[in-house]
Design a protein around this ligand. Structure first.
Ligand SMILES: [Cu+2]
Length: 650
């Protein structure tokens, strides 16, 4: 059977190479470092052409995707298109020539002072001249659509997926920040005759997102898909400024490994809001809905290889790769490079010259975590878990704990965690949100620095993690290998860091949200259960509710209700970081939890009563697929509501 699969895979790879490139030319990826056009005397003159092009998101010799893109007049097409970047007050003369085989609607080439963005239709072969003055600074983009626009205009995913470009307006009298980078996220999804058939495995992953069997899905950052995305090099102590533009019609929870970042501004392509210092947020995961933008700042304080990536498994699954069939035996088995595709950026942070790397502190506390596996836990599919050894006897290698063990660490306590892989597959643990050394970050064949790179943990092997948590808070530990199957199959758990020397917190209540299995009828689970038991609170005592969402793709909305009335709680922390005082306020008891996020709220009730924690989740994949077959939008599907009684006692 496996020989049959291999030969199929090879045939597919050969077939894709055999497709002759068409005569339309190939696009160059755009790293968005150089502004397009000629800026003179306050006037930017730019000629843009929309053209058909072959896009190579992977190897330059890899699979070509025919798309539409923008070029500066007479030059090669860039994906994303040429960047427009001017100071406020600039007059723009942009001539757009439509050399596509059909007419195009163009949006975004205008000042943002008006209430709505216009669409300008440019017929096939026609030219339109945009003349306008920009006054409102911000991070914007322009984009074209050749298909009919949906009711809510959004960038395309098919041939139009790369038909966009950055448009930044800097405040008068300022220059772009030194070293600032601009990243455009795109998502392409279409059929592709030349790339062979999608495997059963790829189909299983992408069904989660209702991508049908004959379609491929590929995310790209600045025109390239991991592991071919640009590798960014920094030095410890650098102040790093990024602008991220989600020029795709899908949301992306963007997650940074190892460090918090400040969210400085958020926008929707039309309006951009620069936060005041009091409004600025700290996050390790920022949810970017379709078409939105972000400006962020962070300072790496530890050397090593790090990642910035989307936390939706379908947007980084290696099964999306076009150029290699996934079981290609000749493929180099670097788990980081071969195990992910799409929306991943690799960062290399060099040590500062003045600092010698500090030796790991001597551990005071030693933990042992086993990766276990049991056959046929979810139908014919195996279940996995991380089990913390308690007492002298290790857990049986085929024992399963749902959910995986709760792991409690203490701030500033040097801790050693030996991860023993008792499963039949390669394993990793990523300590999501912890500010630890790169070597222990849990991305096999990537985490670490120089020649000291952490491997993925082979079956029967073990790996010692050393960590001294820098701050107390709510975190997650989870697999960073084969996430699309591993996460719903149990490889995630709650990771709490308590303040130094603090006793166990009896006031906390943990809500760990995931999906209960890799099958299509799997339901959302809270602490591993589809029917979580009631929780009890004491009147007059402030309780800390810790929410974690580690679902593969699903967002959940949590509401604290009394009958039909929403209650109040006080915001405390996001992603493990305490909120600044101005943001730690009483607010309505509702939060949308996206994959890779954690939130803490304080709940204080004065008298005995009965409340309900309502968790509103998307329907199962089975029902999403059935709805699609009926032609119903998935947004119209009823939601799955999990109700947890909250009993307040005297
Ligand atoms: Cu994504």
């Amino acid at each position: 059977m496996s020989t049959f699969l291999f030969s199929l895979a090879c045939a597919a790879a050969i077939a894709s190479q055999a497709v002759p490139p068409t005569q339309v030319g190939s696009a160059l990826p755009n790293d968005n470092r150089v502004a397009a056009g000629r800026l003179a005397k306050g006037v930017l003159t730019l000629e843009l052409e929309a053209r058909e092009v072959n896009w190579y998101p992977e190897e330059a010799s890899g699979t070509a995707i025919p798309v539409y893109g923008f070029a500066e007049g007479g030059r090669r097409v860039r994906v994303p298109g040429p960047m427009i970047r001017v100071p406020a007050g600039t007059e723009l003369h942009v001539t757009v020539r439509n050399l596509l085989p059909k007419s195009m609607r163009l949006r975004g080439l205008q000042d943002r002072a008006s209430a709505v963005l216009d669409s300008v239709v440019i017929s096939r072969g026609a030219t339109h001249v945009f003349r306008f003055r920009v006054d409102i600074p911000g991070t914007y983009y322009y984009w074209g659509r050749t298909e009919a626009l949906p009711p809510i205009p959004e960038p395309g995913v098919g041939q139009d997926a790369l038909l966009n470009g950055v448009f930044i307006v800097d405040p008068v009298g300022t220059k772009p920040l030194k070293g600032e980078r601009v990243f455009v996220i795109t998502l392409w999804s279409d059929t592709l005759a030349g790339s062979g058939g999608k495997s059963d495995r790829a189909d299983r992953v992408l069904r989660r997102e209702l991508v049908s069997r004959d379609r491929w899905l590929l995310g790209a950052v600045n025109g390239r898909s991991w592991p071919h995305t640009e590798r960014l090099s920094y030095t410890v102590g650098d102040t790093i400024h990024w602008r991220v533009i989600n020029a795709s019609p899908a949301p992306h929870p963007m997650h940074l490994h190892g460090f918090y970042f400040d969210v400085d501004a958020r926008g929707d392509g039309q309006r951009d809001t620069v936060f005041t210092p009091a409004q600025r947020r700290q996050a390790v995961t920022e949810w970017m809905t379709r078409g939105t933008t972000m400006a962020m700042t962070w300072v790496p304080s530890r050397a090593g290889n790090w990642l910035f990536h989307c936390h939706l498994v379908t947007h980084i699954a290696e099964t999306n790769r076009l150029s290699h069939a996934e079981h290609d035996p000749g493929m180099r088995r670097n788990h980081a490079e071969s195990g992910m595709t799409g929306l991943v950026l690799g960062l290399r942070v060099a040590p500062a010259r003045s600092t010698a790397s500090a030796p790991d502190p001597k551990p005071r506390r030693a933990l042992r975590v086993f990766v276990t596996e049991r056959a046929r836990v979810y139908g014919d599919q195996p279940g996995f878990s991380y089990i913390l050894q308690e007492g002298p006897t290790p857990p049986a290698s085929d024992s399963i704990r749902i959910p995986s063990s709760f792991i409690l660490l203490h701030q500033n306590e040097p801790t050693e965690i030996t991860v023993i892989n008792a499963s039949s597959r390669v394993a990793t643990i990523h300590w999501h949100g912890l500010e630890l050394e790169s070597f222990y970050d849990g991305v096999g064949d990537w985490s670490g620095w120089g020649t000291r790179i952490a491997p993925a943990i082979a079956p029967g092997d073990s790996f010692v993690v050393r960590v001294t948590p820098q701050r107390a808070g709510t975190f997650i530990y989870h697999t960073h290998t084969d996430e699309a199957i591993g996460l719903p199959s149990g490889l995630y758990g709650t990771l709490i860091v308590l303040p130094e020397h603090a006793p166990p917190d009896t006031t906390e209540r943990v809500f760990l949200l995931g999906i209960g299995g890799p099958l299509e009828d799997a339901l959302p689970v809270v602490n591993g259960s589809t029917t979580p038991p009631p929780i009890e609170l004491r009147a007059g005592i402030a309780h800390r509710f810790r929410f974690i969402n580690i679902s593969p793709l699903e967002s959940h909305t949590v509401q604290l209700m009394s009958g039909g009335t929403m209650q109040q709680w006080r915001a405390v922390a996001k992603d493990g970081a305490d909120l600044p005082a101005q943001q730690a306020t009483a607010q309505p008891g509702v939060v949308a939890l996206h994959p890779g996020e954690t939130y803490d709220f304080e709940v204080l009730r004065q008298a005995p009563e009965s409340l309900t924690m309502k968790i509103i989740s998307p329907e199962t994949i089975t029902n999403r697929l059935a709805a699609r077959a009926r032609g119903t939008s998935r947004d119209l599907l009823p939601r799955i509501v999990t109700e947890i009684p909250v009993v307040v006692r005297q």
